[in-house]
Design a protein around this ligand. Sequence first.
Ligand code: ZN
Length: 368
Amino acid sequence: MDMTAFKNELAALAGMSNKYGANPAFVLAGGGNTSYKSDELLWIKGSGTSLATIKAEDFVVLERAKLNVMFGKEYPAAEAAREAAVLQEMMDARIEGETRRPSVETLLHNLFPQRYILHVHPAIVNGITCAVEAEGAMRRLFPDAVWVDACKPGYILALECKQVMDAYKAANGRDCDLLFLQNHGIFFAADTVEGLDVLAEKVMGALAAAVKREPDLTPIETDAAKVAAVSEQLKALYGEGSSVCFMANKEILDYDPATKSLSPDHIVYAKAKQLAVCEKCDLAAAFADFEKENSYKPKIIFYKDLGMFACGMSENEAKTASIVMLDAIKVVVYTEAFGGVSPMPDFLIDFIVNWEVESYRSKVSLNK
Ligand SMILES: [Zn+2]
């Protein structure tokens, strides 16, 4: 296969990926993925690579014919066996010599006939996908988009998307280029990078005009000595060598820490539950109770009237947890314009919590 034939297209794909990947309004914490397709091949972001820094030669290359047939196949009914079989076939669809692991959303990228795909989870988009009005609000603002209800990631999600995309095409005589996923994010599809930019600008502009207000993220003056003392205590509780970072603003103080998880990313980086404490609490006891109840240490600690602490085994991990939690808080603010917040259903939260463990395991085994 002569890859140099697609040199310009792959350079455009890398440029588009870097542009959106470096824009925090679109991408946080290495999330999101992009792809380009020819008639025969699909180039997609590998799992574990970052859009902001990805290069043309970093994309995983797969044969589309092998991906296309996956929708007509019978897979085991049992979840773990099915996803393992699907993952194996996806790995087998890679061109010869390809060793990297494609994104878990590969099947979905291949479904769109358009050449370029951008899939992201922007806070303002999730202001609709995580709202009570959700699908109704999307239909009002974007009558040409398709909607997919929250469902399990992987093969089931791809199947669900195929159904709504096929139905759209049958009804409208053309392919959809905008797909909203409940409690997850959005897919943009276009045949050129310029077309993708126009689409993304249109959607982000319409959402900016529709939301009630922008979150007020102005840092608030806090008791520095208190913050330092709590940080030290949390470092000791979280583990030797851990890092803690702190943030305080109006939205953090107003946030209800009992709010359930909004999207998969929030669970992956900030965990499904957060610890809420106050001045009168025994922090060490609350921390221990939380760990006992959830079988993990809290990554995010909401300290009433003080602010939000984030823990991690590195500075980067703590920082990422705080940025992703702040993203969830922003989403809640944006949902105000669409009937208020509607978190992920419990079955899906449980699924993502377990799936995280599984995907880590399979990543480890595949890297052998
Ligand atoms: Zn996604």
